[in-house]
Write a protein that binds this ligand. Sequence first.
Ligand SMILES: Cc1ncc(COP(=O)(O)O)c(C=O)c1O
Length: 415
Amino acid sequence: MSEQDVTPNQTGQTGLLGQVTGLDDQYYMNVYGRRQPLCVVSGEGAWLTGSDGKRYLDLIGGIAVSVLGHAHPRLVQAICEQAGRVIHCSNYFYNEPQARLAERLAVLSGLDGARVFIGNSGAEANEAAIKLARAYFHHQGAPRARIVSALKSFHGRTLATATATGQDKYSAPFAPLPTGFVHVPYNDIAALEQAVDQNTCAVLLEVIQGESGVIMADPVYLKTAEALCRQTGARLIIDEIQTGMGRTGRFLAYEHAGLRPDIVTLAKGLAGGVPIGAMIANEETAAGFKPGDHGTTFGGNPLACAAALAVLDTYAQDQLVERAASVGAALKRQLLDLAERQPAIAEVRGLGLMLGIGLNVPGAQAVKASLLKQGFLVGSVGDTTIRLLPPLIVASADLSLFVRAFGETIAELAH
Ligand SMILES: Cc1ncc(COP(=O)(O)O)c(C=O)c1O
């Protein structure tokens, strides 16, 4: 290490972490407000290694992305093999991984005559869904603009998806915003009934609101949304960007409620960390896009699609959806047991490996910081929710290690 390496930067960090935080402070756009003193250099399974050489159990999984953990041999092999053949060829031409992935997702969605569009992120998938719903009515000569979504939802950061997001902080700085978006309180059936009529273009909902703290939809609410869409012709869009890919113990979380949406969006874990997003629509709705209506340069390229196919093959081989259900249920039980002994824990919410631990007293940030020091990476929402979105391959023994450390940390919080 050179002299320069050990000179603390403005934040007092030394070594590679000091260099990286120094560069980030100076050159990276200041949008993340990053404060956690960790620079990731590698990973294996559910564990990440920092520039300090320390190992961290990754219980946030790159925000629900690293479903196979890190450096999964099958995913690495698929990416390397595809990179050695062709990474990108544009959508002027066909490519086999894209066609095979479209088939897999169409079947997995369970939608009638499903068709798939592949982009690069969750926001793009939702943007495509909103455009498709509008185009569906436009091409019928009876345009409808209104998109109804829920308060406290999160749908992305493009202008339309930030506007659909039911939290002002994500859209207010970017006014004027696209028109036609209305928000209703989540799980409020009467409000939904009032908002949805013959002029409604689409209802856009998450099955569990992840970004606002793992808030679950009542299945009756979701079925009401579906019925209202059937009555009025509005398209039902279910955003499975965080809940999909088996995270809740079913491949798509809407399966728990027996829903049949018109459009479903996926991203996050679909390609195990390679950027990708998918918008899947039933045959009737998909007819709303004509050639030229939508497209992308990168979306659906052979590399991302080969990665997604490797992820889906691994899911099938290792039964990872079933694993998320059983390992998640066991983790929830352990956390509920802990809650009985630790009054600082108010509740444990969520399904499968998508869990939120609600605290009775503010302290989530302090708990997160303490767990980081102990080698556990967790997420937080505000100061009263700890959020867990671990890889679906996480070992039960590692989760038990976490529960013990979390119990000790939360006990300190109560003092
Ligand atoms: C439910 C939901 N929708 C959409 C998005 C946006 O996805 P991306 O960040 O890939 O654009 C997210 C991201 O957190 C999400 O959780």
